[in-house]
Design a protein around this ligand. Structure first.
Ligand code: DCS
Length: 482
Protein backbone atom coordinates (compact mmCIF):
# COMPACT_ATOMS: atom_id res chain seq x y z
CA UNK A 1 0.00 0.00 0.00
CA UNK A 2 1.39 3.44 -0.94
CA UNK A 3 2.59 5.44 2.07
CA UNK A 4 -0.19 7.78 3.18
CA UNK A 5 2.32 10.43 4.22
CA UNK A 6 4.98 11.42 1.71
CA UNK A 7 7.14 14.53 1.39
CA UNK A 8 5.00 15.44 -1.59
CA UNK A 9 1.79 15.63 0.45
CA UNK A 10 3.19 17.50 3.46
CA UNK A 11 2.39 21.10 4.29
CA UNK A 12 4.42 23.10 1.71
CA UNK A 13 5.13 25.72 4.39
CA UNK A 14 7.09 23.07 6.30
CA UNK A 15 9.04 22.14 3.17
CA UNK A 16 9.87 25.81 2.60
CA UNK A 17 11.14 26.29 6.17
CA UNK A 18 14.92 26.05 6.83
CA UNK A 19 17.02 26.36 10.00
CA UNK A 20 20.73 26.36 9.21
CA UNK A 21 21.96 26.41 12.83
CA UNK A 22 21.18 22.70 12.92
CA UNK A 23 21.35 22.07 9.16
CA UNK A 24 23.31 19.78 6.83
CA UNK A 25 26.76 20.65 8.23
CA UNK A 26 25.67 19.75 11.77
CA UNK A 27 23.98 16.55 10.60
CA UNK A 28 27.23 15.56 8.86
CA UNK A 29 29.16 16.41 12.03
CA UNK A 30 26.94 14.08 14.03
CA UNK A 31 27.71 11.30 11.52
CA UNK A 32 31.45 11.96 11.91
CA UNK A 33 31.05 11.92 15.69
CA UNK A 34 29.49 8.47 15.40
CA UNK A 35 32.43 7.40 13.23
CA UNK A 36 34.92 8.65 15.83
CA UNK A 37 33.18 6.48 18.41
CA UNK A 38 33.01 3.34 16.28
CA UNK A 39 36.32 3.77 14.42
CA UNK A 40 38.72 5.80 16.62
CA UNK A 41 41.62 7.22 14.65
CA UNK A 42 39.77 7.04 11.33
CA UNK A 43 39.56 10.85 10.98
CA UNK A 44 42.27 13.57 10.96
CA UNK A 45 41.00 14.80 14.35
CA UNK A 46 39.90 13.17 17.60
CA UNK A 47 36.87 15.27 18.54
CA UNK A 48 34.09 17.34 16.97
CA UNK A 49 34.11 20.98 18.15
CA UNK A 50 30.54 22.30 17.85
CA UNK A 51 30.95 26.02 17.12
CA UNK A 52 27.60 26.13 15.31
CA UNK A 53 25.21 26.83 18.17
CA UNK A 54 25.04 29.21 21.10
CA UNK A 55 24.84 26.38 23.63
CA UNK A 56 27.39 27.34 26.33
CA UNK A 57 26.87 24.50 28.79
CA UNK A 58 27.37 21.86 26.06
CA UNK A 59 30.91 23.22 25.78
CA UNK A 60 31.70 23.17 29.49
CA UNK A 61 30.27 26.43 30.88
CA UNK A 62 29.04 25.88 34.46
CA UNK A 63 25.54 26.92 35.57
CA UNK A 64 25.20 29.71 38.13
CA UNK A 65 25.19 28.11 41.59
CA UNK A 66 22.48 30.31 43.13
CA UNK A 67 20.04 29.63 40.29
CA UNK A 68 20.53 25.89 40.54
CA UNK A 69 20.20 25.88 44.34
CA UNK A 70 16.85 27.64 44.09
CA UNK A 71 15.64 25.33 41.31
CA UNK A 72 16.63 22.23 43.30
CA UNK A 73 14.83 23.42 46.42
CA UNK A 74 11.72 24.41 44.47
CA UNK A 75 11.56 21.04 42.77
CA UNK A 76 11.93 19.10 46.03
CA UNK A 77 10.30 21.32 48.68
CA UNK A 78 10.62 18.75 51.48
CA UNK A 79 14.36 19.63 51.54
CA UNK A 80 13.32 22.94 53.06
CA UNK A 81 12.08 21.10 56.16
CA UNK A 82 15.40 19.35 56.76
CA UNK A 83 18.03 20.73 59.17
CA UNK A 84 20.95 19.55 57.01
CA UNK A 85 19.74 21.66 54.09
CA UNK A 86 21.09 24.74 55.89
CA UNK A 87 24.60 23.32 55.58
CA UNK A 88 24.18 22.47 51.89
CA UNK A 89 22.35 25.52 50.50
CA UNK A 90 22.91 29.27 50.97
CA UNK A 91 20.45 31.06 53.25
CA UNK A 92 19.31 33.37 50.45
CA UNK A 93 18.67 30.45 48.09
CA UNK A 94 16.55 28.84 50.81
CA UNK A 95 14.60 32.02 51.41
CA UNK A 96 14.20 32.67 47.66
CA UNK A 97 12.89 29.13 47.13
CA UNK A 98 10.37 29.60 49.97
CA UNK A 99 9.33 32.94 48.49
CA UNK A 100 8.83 31.39 45.03
CA UNK A 101 6.95 28.35 46.33
CA UNK A 102 4.62 30.64 48.26
CA UNK A 103 3.52 32.11 44.91
CA UNK A 104 2.73 28.69 43.42
CA UNK A 105 -0.70 27.25 44.33
CA UNK A 106 -0.07 24.21 46.55
CA UNK A 107 3.70 24.77 46.11
CA UNK A 108 3.21 22.39 43.18
CA UNK A 109 5.86 22.92 40.52
CA UNK A 110 4.36 19.93 38.72
CA UNK A 111 1.03 21.63 38.15
CA UNK A 112 -0.11 23.64 35.13
CA UNK A 113 0.18 27.35 35.86
CA UNK A 114 -1.59 30.44 34.51
CA UNK A 115 -1.05 30.53 30.72
CA UNK A 116 1.07 33.67 31.01
CA UNK A 117 3.09 32.10 33.80
CA UNK A 118 2.86 32.13 37.59
CA UNK A 119 1.76 35.59 38.70
CA UNK A 120 4.37 35.85 41.45
CA UNK A 121 7.13 35.06 38.95
CA UNK A 122 5.74 37.61 36.50
CA UNK A 123 5.78 40.14 39.34
CA UNK A 124 9.46 39.34 39.88
CA UNK A 125 10.22 39.69 36.16
CA UNK A 126 8.36 43.01 36.01
CA UNK A 127 10.35 44.22 39.03
CA UNK A 128 13.55 43.18 37.28
CA UNK A 129 12.58 45.05 34.12
CA UNK A 130 11.74 48.14 36.19
CA UNK A 131 15.09 47.94 37.98
CA UNK A 132 16.95 47.52 34.65
CA UNK A 133 15.15 50.32 32.78
CA UNK A 134 13.97 52.78 35.41
CA UNK A 135 10.45 52.68 33.96
CA UNK A 136 7.35 50.83 35.22
CA UNK A 137 6.63 47.31 34.03
CA UNK A 138 3.44 45.34 34.57
CA UNK A 139 3.18 41.62 35.35
CA UNK A 140 0.10 41.42 33.12
CA UNK A 141 2.28 42.42 30.15
CA UNK A 142 4.56 39.42 30.70
CA UNK A 143 4.10 36.07 28.94
CA UNK A 144 6.64 33.59 30.28
CA UNK A 145 7.59 31.17 27.47
CA UNK A 146 9.62 28.00 26.87
CA UNK A 147 12.55 30.07 25.64
CA UNK A 148 12.21 33.10 23.36
CA UNK A 149 11.47 30.91 20.32
CA UNK A 150 7.81 30.21 21.18
CA UNK A 151 7.30 33.94 21.71
CA UNK A 152 8.51 34.60 18.18
CA UNK A 153 6.22 31.89 16.79
CA UNK A 154 3.25 33.29 18.71
CA UNK A 155 3.77 36.78 17.32
CA UNK A 156 4.16 35.47 13.76
CA UNK A 157 0.98 33.42 14.26
CA UNK A 158 -0.80 36.56 15.47
CA UNK A 159 0.38 38.95 12.76
CA UNK A 160 0.60 36.89 9.57
CA UNK A 161 -2.72 36.37 7.81
CA UNK A 162 -1.42 35.35 4.39
CA UNK A 163 1.54 35.60 2.00
CA UNK A 164 0.85 39.31 1.57
CA UNK A 165 1.71 40.05 5.20
CA UNK A 166 5.38 40.96 5.57
CA UNK A 167 7.85 41.12 8.44
CA UNK A 168 10.95 43.35 8.11
CA UNK A 169 13.97 41.26 9.17
CA UNK A 170 17.67 42.08 9.33
CA UNK A 171 20.00 40.36 6.84
CA UNK A 172 22.03 38.54 8.18
CA UNK A 173 19.31 37.29 10.53
CA UNK A 174 18.92 34.53 13.06
CA UNK A 175 17.03 31.92 10.99
CA UNK A 176 14.32 31.38 13.60
CA UNK A 177 12.71 34.43 11.98
CA UNK A 178 12.88 33.28 8.35
CA UNK A 179 11.78 29.79 9.46
CA UNK A 180 8.82 31.07 11.48
CA UNK A 181 7.70 33.46 8.76
CA UNK A 182 7.84 30.56 6.26
CA UNK A 183 5.94 28.24 8.60
CA UNK A 184 3.22 30.87 9.02
CA UNK A 185 3.05 31.62 5.31
CA UNK A 186 4.16 35.25 5.46
CA UNK A 187 6.72 37.28 3.52
CA UNK A 188 10.18 38.09 4.84
CA UNK A 189 11.01 41.69 3.92
CA UNK A 190 14.82 42.01 4.18
CA UNK A 191 16.79 45.02 5.36
CA UNK A 192 20.54 44.74 5.02
CA UNK A 193 22.86 45.47 7.94
CA UNK A 194 25.92 47.35 6.71
CA UNK A 195 29.03 45.20 7.20
CA UNK A 196 31.32 48.15 6.40
CA UNK A 197 29.96 50.15 9.37
CA UNK A 198 30.17 47.24 11.81
CA UNK A 199 26.72 45.88 10.85
CA UNK A 200 25.04 49.26 11.28
CA UNK A 201 21.30 49.50 10.74
CA UNK A 202 20.55 52.34 8.28
CA UNK A 203 17.07 53.85 8.58
CA UNK A 204 17.32 54.83 4.91
CA UNK A 205 17.61 51.16 3.94
CA UNK A 206 14.70 50.26 6.22
CA UNK A 207 12.57 52.92 4.51
CA UNK A 208 13.59 51.78 1.02
CA UNK A 209 12.82 48.14 1.76
CA UNK A 210 9.49 49.05 3.35
CA UNK A 211 8.41 51.15 0.38
CA UNK A 212 9.63 48.51 -2.06
CA UNK A 213 7.56 45.86 -0.27
CA UNK A 214 4.49 48.07 -0.12
CA UNK A 215 4.80 48.81 -3.83
CA UNK A 216 4.46 45.06 -4.38
CA UNK A 217 1.28 44.90 -2.31
CA UNK A 218 2.94 43.57 0.85
CA UNK A 219 1.32 44.76 4.08
CA UNK A 220 4.39 45.11 6.33
CA UNK A 221 3.25 44.37 9.88
CA UNK A 222 6.38 44.42 12.04
CA UNK A 223 10.08 45.18 12.27
CA UNK A 224 12.42 42.64 13.87
CA UNK A 225 15.52 44.04 15.57
CA UNK A 226 18.04 41.69 17.20
CA UNK A 227 20.15 43.63 19.70
CA UNK A 228 22.90 42.55 20.36
CA UNK A 229 22.89 40.98 16.92
CA UNK A 230 22.98 37.31 15.95
CA UNK A 231 25.02 36.37 13.88
CA UNK A 232 26.63 39.80 13.58
CA UNK A 233 27.41 40.69 17.21
CA UNK A 234 26.83 44.44 16.92
CA UNK A 235 25.28 46.47 19.76
CA UNK A 236 22.96 49.26 18.56
CA UNK A 237 23.94 52.82 19.36
CA UNK A 238 21.32 54.63 21.45
CA UNK A 239 20.57 57.28 18.81
CA UNK A 240 20.05 54.51 16.25
CA UNK A 241 17.46 53.03 18.62
CA UNK A 242 15.61 56.34 18.83
CA UNK A 243 15.48 56.47 15.02
CA UNK A 244 14.18 52.89 14.87
CA UNK A 245 11.38 53.66 17.33
CA UNK A 246 10.42 56.80 15.39
CA UNK A 247 10.41 54.74 12.18
CA UNK A 248 8.06 52.14 13.67
CA UNK A 249 5.79 54.83 15.12
CA UNK A 250 5.62 56.74 11.83
CA UNK A 251 5.10 53.63 9.70
CA UNK A 252 2.63 51.89 12.04
CA UNK A 253 4.82 48.85 12.62
CA UNK A 254 4.97 46.47 15.58
CA UNK A 255 8.52 46.53 16.99
CA UNK A 256 9.73 42.99 17.75
CA UNK A 257 12.83 43.57 19.94
CA UNK A 258 14.85 40.40 20.34
CA UNK A 259 17.04 41.13 23.37
CA UNK A 260 18.17 37.63 24.39
CA UNK A 261 21.86 38.75 24.42
CA UNK A 262 21.23 41.77 26.63
CA UNK A 263 23.79 40.60 29.20
CA UNK A 264 26.42 39.74 26.55
CA UNK A 265 28.21 43.05 26.02
CA UNK A 266 32.02 42.88 25.54
CA UNK A 267 33.04 46.41 24.63
CA UNK A 268 33.31 49.42 26.96
CA UNK A 269 31.95 51.93 24.45
CA UNK A 270 28.53 50.29 24.12
CA UNK A 271 25.87 49.47 26.65
CA UNK A 272 22.57 47.63 26.32
CA UNK A 273 19.44 49.78 26.28
CA UNK A 274 16.18 47.90 26.09
CA UNK A 275 13.73 49.18 23.51
CA UNK A 276 11.18 49.40 26.32
CA UNK A 277 13.47 51.96 28.00
CA UNK A 278 14.02 53.82 24.73
CA UNK A 279 10.28 53.96 23.95
CA UNK A 280 9.42 55.23 27.43
CA UNK A 281 12.28 57.72 27.49
CA UNK A 282 10.92 59.17 24.23
CA UNK A 283 7.71 59.90 26.08
CA UNK A 284 5.67 57.22 24.35
CA UNK A 285 3.07 55.83 26.74
CA UNK A 286 1.27 52.53 27.08
CA UNK A 287 -0.88 53.03 23.96
CA UNK A 288 1.55 54.71 21.58
CA UNK A 289 3.60 51.90 20.04
CA UNK A 290 3.11 48.10 19.93
CA UNK A 291 6.36 46.67 21.28
CA UNK A 292 7.24 43.04 22.00
CA UNK A 293 10.45 42.59 24.02
CA UNK A 294 11.96 39.10 24.07
CA UNK A 295 14.29 37.69 26.73
CA UNK A 296 15.65 34.18 27.29
CA UNK A 297 17.52 32.15 29.92
CA UNK A 298 19.54 30.54 27.10
CA UNK A 299 22.16 33.26 26.75
CA UNK A 300 23.80 35.88 28.96
CA UNK A 301 26.09 34.42 31.59
CA UNK A 302 23.50 31.81 32.56
CA UNK A 303 23.34 29.82 29.29
CA UNK A 304 20.49 27.62 30.53
CA UNK A 305 19.35 26.67 26.99
CA UNK A 306 17.98 23.28 27.96
CA UNK A 307 15.79 24.63 30.77
CA UNK A 308 13.67 26.41 28.14
CA UNK A 309 12.88 29.68 29.87
CA UNK A 310 12.20 33.20 28.65
CA UNK A 311 9.45 35.75 28.26
CA UNK A 312 7.91 38.29 25.98
CA UNK A 313 6.84 41.65 27.40
CA UNK A 314 3.86 42.86 25.38
CA UNK A 315 3.11 46.60 25.50
CA UNK A 316 1.08 48.97 23.31
CA UNK A 317 -1.57 46.48 22.18
CA UNK A 318 -5.29 47.06 22.75
CA UNK A 319 -7.20 44.91 25.23
CA UNK A 320 -9.01 42.90 22.51
CA UNK A 321 -5.65 42.15 20.81
CA UNK A 322 -4.10 41.13 24.14
CA UNK A 323 -6.99 38.74 24.65
CA UNK A 324 -6.08 37.08 21.34
CA UNK A 325 -2.43 36.79 22.41
CA UNK A 326 -3.58 35.26 25.68
CA UNK A 327 -5.76 32.83 23.73
CA UNK A 328 -2.79 31.61 21.67
CA UNK A 329 -0.71 31.20 24.82
CA UNK A 330 -3.55 29.30 26.53
CA UNK A 331 -3.71 26.73 23.70
CA UNK A 332 -0.36 25.43 24.97
CA UNK A 333 -1.69 25.61 28.56
CA UNK A 334 1.51 27.01 30.11
CA UNK A 335 5.30 27.06 29.78
CA UNK A 336 7.39 24.73 31.93
CA UNK A 337 7.70 25.77 35.55
CA UNK A 338 11.47 25.31 35.80
CA UNK A 339 11.92 27.73 32.91
CA UNK A 340 9.48 30.12 34.56
CA UNK A 341 11.39 30.09 37.84
CA UNK A 342 14.67 30.57 36.00
CA UNK A 343 13.28 33.49 33.98
CA UNK A 344 12.35 35.20 37.27
CA UNK A 345 15.81 34.47 38.71
CA UNK A 346 17.83 35.88 35.80
CA UNK A 347 15.77 39.07 36.07
CA UNK A 348 16.20 39.15 39.87
CA UNK A 349 19.63 37.75 40.72
CA UNK A 350 21.27 38.07 44.17
CA UNK A 351 21.79 41.68 45.26
CA UNK A 352 24.58 43.33 47.26
CA UNK A 353 24.27 42.15 50.86
CA UNK A 354 22.74 38.77 49.97
CA UNK A 355 24.77 35.79 51.21
CA UNK A 356 25.24 34.50 47.65
CA UNK A 357 26.04 37.87 46.10
CA UNK A 358 29.84 37.60 46.18
CA UNK A 359 29.95 34.08 44.70
CA UNK A 360 27.21 34.92 42.18
CA UNK A 361 29.05 38.06 41.04
CA UNK A 362 32.34 36.15 40.75
CA UNK A 363 30.69 33.47 38.61
CA UNK A 364 28.91 36.04 36.41
CA UNK A 365 31.98 38.25 35.90
CA UNK A 366 34.21 35.23 35.32
CA UNK A 367 32.00 33.95 32.51
CA UNK A 368 31.44 37.32 30.82
CA UNK A 369 35.11 38.33 31.04
CA UNK A 370 36.15 34.99 29.57
CA UNK A 371 33.62 35.34 26.73
CA UNK A 372 35.03 38.79 25.97
CA UNK A 373 38.58 37.40 25.84
CA UNK A 374 37.51 34.54 23.58
CA UNK A 375 35.66 36.90 21.25
CA UNK A 376 38.75 39.08 20.92
CA UNK A 377 41.12 36.13 20.43
CA UNK A 378 38.98 34.63 17.64
CA UNK A 379 38.34 38.03 16.01
CA UNK A 380 42.09 38.73 15.91
CA UNK A 381 42.85 35.23 14.62
CA UNK A 382 40.26 35.50 11.84
CA UNK A 383 41.59 38.89 10.79
CA UNK A 384 45.05 37.37 10.38
CA UNK A 385 43.79 34.79 7.87
CA UNK A 386 44.24 35.63 4.17
CA UNK A 387 40.94 36.76 2.66
CA UNK A 388 39.16 37.02 6.03
CA UNK A 389 37.65 40.23 7.39
CA UNK A 390 35.90 40.01 10.73
CA UNK A 391 33.97 42.75 12.50
CA UNK A 392 34.29 43.00 16.27
CA UNK A 393 31.88 40.95 18.36
CA UNK A 394 30.61 43.82 20.51
CA UNK A 395 28.12 41.41 22.04
CA UNK A 396 26.15 38.15 21.68
CA UNK A 397 28.13 34.90 21.19
CA UNK A 398 29.32 34.83 17.58
CA UNK A 399 31.79 36.02 15.02
CA UNK A 400 30.65 36.37 11.42
CA UNK A 401 33.74 36.86 9.25
CA UNK A 402 33.51 37.49 5.53
CA UNK A 403 35.73 35.21 3.42
CA UNK A 404 37.04 36.16 -0.04
CA UNK A 405 37.05 32.74 -1.71
CA UNK A 406 39.17 32.00 -4.81
CA UNK A 407 37.16 31.62 -8.02
CA UNK A 408 38.34 28.02 -8.31
CA UNK A 409 36.80 27.26 -4.93
CA UNK A 410 33.55 28.89 -5.97
CA UNK A 411 33.51 26.74 -9.10
CA UNK A 412 34.26 23.61 -7.06
CA UNK A 413 31.35 24.49 -4.76
CA UNK A 414 29.09 24.91 -7.78
CA UNK A 415 30.14 21.53 -9.08
CA UNK A 416 29.30 20.07 -5.65
CA UNK A 417 25.93 21.86 -5.78
CA UNK A 418 26.71 23.79 -2.61
CA UNK A 419 26.89 27.45 -1.69
CA UNK A 420 30.57 28.44 -1.56
CA UNK A 421 30.49 29.12 2.19
CA UNK A 422 28.71 25.81 2.81
CA UNK A 423 31.38 24.08 0.70
CA UNK A 424 34.08 25.78 2.79
CA UNK A 425 32.35 24.87 6.10
CA UNK A 426 32.02 21.22 5.02
CA UNK A 427 35.70 21.03 4.08
CA UNK A 428 36.61 22.71 7.38
CA UNK A 429 34.58 20.11 9.28
CA UNK A 430 36.10 17.17 7.41
CA UNK A 431 39.64 18.44 7.96
CA UNK A 432 39.43 19.74 11.55
CA UNK A 433 36.19 18.58 13.24
CA UNK A 434 35.21 22.23 13.73
CA UNK A 435 31.51 22.89 13.05
CA UNK A 436 30.51 26.35 11.87
CA UNK A 437 27.39 27.56 10.07
CA UNK A 438 27.72 28.96 6.54
CA UNK A 439 26.68 32.58 6.14
CA UNK A 440 24.17 31.50 3.49
CA UNK A 441 22.13 30.12 6.42
CA UNK A 442 21.67 33.66 7.80
CA UNK A 443 21.41 35.63 4.57
CA UNK A 444 24.12 37.97 3.27
CA UNK A 445 24.68 40.50 0.53
CA UNK A 446 24.62 38.48 -2.71
CA UNK A 447 28.13 37.59 -3.84
CA UNK A 448 29.60 37.78 -0.31
CA UNK A 449 30.40 34.68 1.70
CA UNK A 450 30.62 34.32 5.47
CA UNK A 451 30.72 31.73 8.22
CA UNK A 452 29.35 32.02 11.74
CA UNK A 453 31.53 30.68 14.50
CA UNK A 454 30.60 30.79 18.20
CA UNK A 455 33.00 32.13 20.81
CA UNK A 456 32.01 29.29 23.14
CA UNK A 457 34.77 26.64 23.14
CA UNK A 458 36.36 26.76 26.62
CA UNK A 459 39.21 29.23 26.80
CA UNK A 460 41.94 26.57 26.97
CA UNK A 461 40.65 25.11 23.68
CA UNK A 462 40.68 28.40 21.77
CA UNK A 463 44.38 28.18 20.73
CA UNK A 464 43.73 24.69 19.26
CA UNK A 465 40.66 25.96 17.40
CA UNK A 466 42.71 28.81 15.98
CA UNK A 467 45.68 26.66 14.95
CA UNK A 468 43.47 23.98 13.38
CA UNK A 469 41.48 26.67 11.56
CA UNK A 470 44.61 28.40 10.30
CA UNK A 471 46.19 25.17 9.03
CA UNK A 472 43.01 24.21 7.21
CA UNK A 473 42.56 27.65 5.66
CA UNK A 474 46.13 27.78 4.35
CA UNK A 475 45.76 24.31 2.81
CA UNK A 476 42.37 25.21 1.33
CA UNK A 477 43.79 28.35 -0.32
CA UNK A 478 46.77 26.39 -1.64
CA UNK A 479 44.39 23.87 -3.20
CA UNK A 480 42.14 26.45 -4.86
CA UNK A 481 44.41 29.44 -5.42
CA UNK A 482 43.54 31.10 -8.74
C1 DCS B 1 18.62 36.09 18.50
C2 DCS B 1 17.99 34.86 19.10
N1 DCS B 1 16.68 34.89 19.43
C3 DCS B 1 16.08 33.82 19.97
C4 DCS B 1 16.78 32.65 20.19
C5 DCS B 1 16.03 31.47 20.76
O1 DCS B 1 16.47 31.18 22.04
P1 DCS B 1 15.63 30.29 23.08
O2 DCS B 1 14.42 29.78 22.37
O3 DCS B 1 16.59 29.23 23.50
O4 DCS B 1 15.27 31.24 24.17
C6 DCS B 1 18.14 32.57 19.86
C7 DCS B 1 18.89 31.29 20.11
N2 DCS B 1 20.19 31.21 19.54
C8 DCS B 1 20.40 30.14 18.60
C9 DCS B 1 20.55 28.82 19.31
O5 DCS B 1 22.00 28.71 19.47
N3 DCS B 1 22.61 29.47 18.45
C10 DCS B 1 21.72 30.30 17.89
O6 DCS B 1 21.94 31.05 16.98
C11 DCS B 1 18.77 33.70 19.31
O7 DCS B 1 20.07 33.69 18.97
Amino acid sequence: MAASVTVENLNPKVLKCEYAVRGEIVIHAQRLQQQLQTQPGSLPFDEILYCNIGNPQSLGQQPVTFFREVLALCDHPCLLEKEETKSLFSADAISRAKQILATIPGRATGAYSHSQGIKGLRDAIAAGIMSRDGFPANADDIFITDGASPGVHMMMQLLIRNEKDGILCPIPQYPLYSASIALHGGALVPYYLNEKTGWGLEISDLKMQLENARSKGIDVRALVVINPGNPTGQVLAEDNQYDIVKFCKNEGLVLLADEVYQENIYVDNKKFNSFKKIVRSMGYGEDDLPLVSLQSVSKGYYGECGKRGGYMEITGFSAPVREQIYKIASVNLCSNITGQILASLVMNPPKVGDESYASYKAEKDGILESLARRAKALEDAFNKLEGFSCNKAEGAMYLFPQILLPQKAIEAAKAAKKAPDAFYALRLLESTGIVVVPGSGFGQVPGTWHIRCTILPQEDKIPAVISRFRAFHEAFLAEYRD
